[in-house]
Structure formats: structure tokens, C-alpha cells
Design a protein around this ligand. Structure first.
Ligand code: PEP
Length: 248
């Protein structure tokens, strides 16, 4: 039985003082020890204050990125040991914004997944097609490639514990959500791919989220689908509405 997981992706929003206000506002609305696991993936500078505020609430803290080396001359980067020491449990890897604006390739994403796992961080690996790819009918070819490379040399045991987020690029930040049937079709195909690459137990265990304009109104329908185990939420994670999504 997979535990549902709803993660907020704050992106480059929220100063530490704004973060404090938001987490305090969400505190009475969200039960981090309930049926759904809750994660706030926040900018690196917000990690200390958010970790302190969620301590004892059952809510986990995630990072939005990491570098694939442990330390050294990599100005501006954040390492897995730094995240672990700061109380981080999850890390988003391969978000489409990082692929697009920071030229992250599938190979770089694979290195980051390995580094996260080496240090006990749980990766939330993002994948998803563009509108052009969907219209050309190559959605699954593209996603299969993203996932196959992201998981190169990753063991079945590690895959059982990680999270894959299906996020169609055309639905991110656009207000245009995939229908629950569209989302289920791809999430189901991702689970089939995990079965093909590993085995049935691994496919049954891996958690697959949908992301792309999830809100308080559409979450329940999306999360009712058999292969959708929760959501990765951008815009709506920055307001009290996030609690409606968790409670859906
Ligand atoms: C995201 O960035 O992961 C995302 C899903 O954003 P939004 O919910 O705003 O579409």
C-alpha cells in the first residue's frame, strides 16, 4: 500500500520571513502525521527556518535541487551533505525549469539522483513532455527516455523508495491542468515502465505524483486515479489553498 505524498514546490519564491509566515499559516491546517505525507520543497535559504518550524509536525522539508559532488570548488552550488545536515529529507531533481533554464540533461539528472541516494535523500524525479511532443504523439517515447536515463544504475530497492513526478510542461504554471484521465494514462505508463525495467514489486512500491496546475478544486479528482499517488504543487503551495490539496 503506497502512502500518498503531496509536495509543495515553492520555486524561487518566499524570503525567509515570508516563509515563516506561510508555514505558520499552514500549521493549523495541515496534519503532517495523517494519511498523506506532506513535504515543503523550499529555496535553500529557507531550509533552516522551515526545518525549525515544521519540527514535530510530521511535515518534511525538501530541497529544489542539489549538486552531484560532495564538496569543493563549485561556487553557488549546494551539496547533499549540506542538505542532510540542515534536516532535508527529499530533493526535487530534474524539474522542467531546471532542464530548460539551466540546461540539465538526463545524464546530469542521473548523477544527481545517485548523489542524493548515496546520502539518504529521497529524490523526487520530474519528467514530462512539452505541448509539441504531446501533439506529435511522442509523449511516452520522451518520458521513457527521461526515466530510463535518470534511473541508470539505480537499484530496485532504491527505486521502491523514491518518487517520480509526472509534470507535463504545458500544464506547469499555466492554469491548464491535464485531465485526470490524461494524467492517469501517463502515470500508469510510467508504472508499467518501472515494471519493465525492474519488477512488479518495485512498480507497486514507487510513488508517482502528478504536477501541473493542481489546485484545491481539481486535486481530489486527480488523486482518485489508481496510479496517481499525490501531487507536486507549484503556485498553489504558496497559499492556504495548499491545505485543501493535502486534505483532498
Ligand atoms: C511545479 O512547478 O512543479 C508545478 C507543478 O507548478 P504549478 O503547480 O504552478 O503548475
Amino acid at each position: 500500500m503506497r502512502k500518498r505524498i503531496v509536495a509543495g514546490n515553492w520555486k524561487m519564491n518566499m524570503t525567509p520571513s515570508e516563509a515563516k509566515k506561510l508555514v505558520e499559516e499552514l500549521k493549523p491546517l495541515i496534519n503532517g502525521n495523517g494519511d498523506t505525507e506532506v513535504v515543503y520543497c523550499v529555496p535553500a535559504i529557507d531550509i533552516p527556518i522551515v526545518s525549525e518550524l515544521v519540527s514535530g509536525t510530521g511535515v518534511s522539508v525538501g530541497a529544489e535541487n542539489l549538486y552531484f559532488e560532495d564538496k569543493g570548488a563549485y561556487t553557488g552550488e549546494i551539496s547533499a551533505p549540506m542538505l542532510v545536515d540542515a534536516g532535508v529529507k527529499y530533493v526535487i531533481i530534474g524539474h522542467s525549469e531546471r532542464r530548460e533554464y539551466f540546461e540539465e540533461s538526463n545524464i546530469i539528472i542521473n548523477k544527481k539522483v545517485k548523489k542524493a541516494l548515496e546520502h539518504g535523500l529521497i529524490p523526487i524525479i520530474c519528467c514530462g513532455e512539452s505541448l509539441d511532443q504531446r501533439e506529435q504523439g511522442i509523449t511516452m517515447d520522451f518520458i521513457r527516455q527521461q526515466i530510463k536515463v535518470a534511473l541508470l544504475d539505480i537499484s530496485a530497492d532504491a527505486v521502491k523508495n523514491l518518487v517520480i513526478a509526472y509534470e507535463p510542461i504545458w500544464a506547469i504554471g499555466t492554469g491548464k491542468t491535464a485531465t485526470s484521465d490524461q494524467a492517469q494514462e501517463v502515470c500508469g505508463a510510467i508504472r508499467d515502465l518501472i515494471k519493465e525495467l525492474y519488477d512488479e514489486d518495485t512498480a507497486d512500491a514507487v510513488r508517482i505524483q502528478y504536477g501541473g496546475s493542481v489546485n484545491g478544486g481539481n486535486a481530489k479528482e486527480l488523486f482518485s486515479k489508481p496510479d496517481i499517488d499525490g501531487g507536486l504543487v507549484g503556485g498553489a503551495s504558496l497559499k492556504a489553498e495548499f491545505a485543501d490539496i493535502v486534505n483532498a
